[in-house]
Design a protein around this ligand. Structure first.
Ligand code: ATP
Length: 486
């Protein structure tokens, strides 16, 4: 059994070899923490996005979608707090010039210590972070003689804040001040929802409680960007902001916390691979927050956040835009017998990274399996047990040989099915080899057309997970696959 680190490296290599994920601009040696999705990767990513979108919008009457622009008025990011606060403390090693996020540096050191000492170090770090005490954090690094993994020295710069937003210039018009032209690449999709709160509420005639969902690119100039697509500088988020009446946020937070875990489990991923991490350290405006963590090969890590954000975001935009962002609630308040009236709604947010979810699916699906043959000898295969409903290819159609009219029959079956789900046709190489290639990209069903098909109209269907094969009438294939990918 490979160690987990080996498993992680094997997944990265597999993702490249089989056309899931490539390093961006690889021919120029790549761009750090930026990735491209290949033929099967883009298909899988789209399927995950569609699955989320359907579960949020189509299956919730009170949630609608938006598709907001990546560029937003720069004041948006003043109001949201990102200009002033969206930063991580970082430190450089003077000898190696390597830059670290302070919390990552201290956490990595804590992992090398006996349990109690490590915990004491992390407690001290949390307190200093909460107080914004950079001198104290630097002293903690010095006192613990924490070393750079590259130079092996403790020759550190002071700690500085590093804003994670990417900036660019807008338009070609000369401006009196360069600052006037600056726009940001959005670091989260959520603000595009907040600024459209009234547009959506009014045009879609939404009644509280209701939600607005969005998927799209977000950009963060992460200081330490490693671990493949777990932490990227350009990534995609799937976020939903749920607007509620103040006072009901506790129950809605609980609802979404449970509902989101159910969504993960609906993909057939075992429950013991997930856990909640409730936040102790909360932003001043936040009421409750938790992460859903998944056991990646690199350990339990956040895949999704659920946050009870009070009326902070809408109130901030109201303040900075000087436009009312309120809702008139004509439901009757039982305490007063009168309508609840005007208020700024409270918000529960669910925020998940699409790329991280993709990595979750790959991590859970990847298996190197040893097979024992009838004669006792062994063989192996690498299989991606991707849930059929999001698998990139659902059905491979394989004529046993390239002659005797078998390709034509196979093409006809393929043409009958391709409108309903993604099919893949292949006639090259021995059938066993073709099955292995389909296992490696996670295709749940393969059918083989052979000479018997010409006689009785049946084909062999082979199931990815069990490798079991059975015969069935060719005209039953479409229904079987449709049924299993629902
Ligand atoms: P982290 O603590 O890992 O930096 P975060 O708490 O800053 O994440 P949020 O701002 O809550 O993350 O973003 C919501 C989700 O977006 C995360 O749960 C994660 O799935 C995804 N995400 C955030 N940053 C990145 C990134 N750099 N690369 C890929 N996905 C990301």
């Amino acid at each position: 059994m490979a160690t987990n680190d080996n498993k992680f490296q094997a997944i990265i290599a597999h993702a490249k070899e089989y056309g899931f994920v490539f390093q961006s601009s690889e021919i120029y040696d790549g761009l750090s923490a930026v990735y491209d999705y290949g033929p099967w990767g883009s298909e899988l990513k789209k399927n995950i996005r569609d699955y989320w979108w359907k579960s949020m919008t189509q299956l919730h009457e009170n949630i609608v979608g938006v598709d907001a622009a990546i560029f937003m008025h720069p004041t948006t990011w003043k109001a949201s707090g990102h200009v002033d606060n969206f930063s991580d403390p970082m430190i450089d090693n003077k000898d190696s010039k390597k830059r670290y996020r302070v919390d990552h540096l201290i956490e990595a050191h804590a992992d090398t210590l006996p349990k109690e000492e490590g915990e004491a170090l992390l407690d001290a770090m949390t307190q200093l972070e909460a107080a914004g005490d950079f001198a104290g954090l630097k002293k903690l690094i010095d006192d613990n003689k924490i070393k750079c993994i590259v130079s092996g020295t403790s020759n550190w710069t002071d700690i500085r804040q590093f804003n994670l937003m990417f900036k660019t210039e807008f338009g070609a018009v000369a401006s009196t001040s360069e600052e006037d032209n600056i726009v940001y690449l959005r670091p989260e999709t959520a603000q595009g929802i907040f600024v459209n709160f009234l547009n959506v509420q009014k045009t879609a005639r939404m009644k509280i409680p209701f939600g607005i969902a969005q998927t799209g690119k977000a950009f963060r100039n992460e200081i330490v960007a490693r671990q493949f697509i777990f932490r990227m500088r350009e990534f995609e988020q799937m976020e939903m902001q749920f607007f509620v009446r103040p006072g009901t946020e506790g129950e809605w937070y609980q609802y979404w916390k449970e509902d989101r875990l159910k969504w993960h489990l609906s993909l057939g991923i075992p429950q013991d691979k997930f856990r909640y991490h409730d936040h102790v350290k909360l932003a001043h405006y936040a009421k409750e927050a938790c992460d859903i963590e998944f056991e990646f090969p690199i350990g339990f890590k956040e895949v999704e956040g659920i946050h009870s954000r009070s009326d902070y975001d809408l109130s901030q935009h109201q303040l900075y835009s000087k436009k009312k962002l309120q809702y008139y609630d004509n439901d009757i308040d039982p305490a007063t017998g009168k309508p609840f009236g005007n208020y700024v709604p409270y918000v529960i947010e669910t925020s998940i990274g699409l790329d991280r979810m993709f990595l979750l699916i790959l991590s859970n699906a990847y298996e190197e399996e040893t097979l024992t043959k009838e004669d006792g000898s062994t063989d192996s295969r690498t299989v991606l047990r991707i849930p059929p409903k999001i698998a990139p290819v659902k059905l491979a159609v394989l004529p046993l040989v390239k002659k005797d009219g078998l390709p034509e029959i196979a093409r006809n079956i393929m043409n009958d099915c391709r409108d309903e789900f993604y099919c893949f046709y292949e006639e090259k190489d021995a059938i066993g080899k073709r099955y292995r290639r389909m296992d490696a990209i996670g295709t749940p069903f393969c059918i083989t057309v052979d000479h018997q098909t010409k006689e009785d109209g049946t084909v062999t269907i082979r199931y990815r997970d069990t490798m079991k094969q059975e015969r069935l009438p060719a005209d039953k294939v479409k229904e079987l696959v449709k049924d299993r990918i629902r």
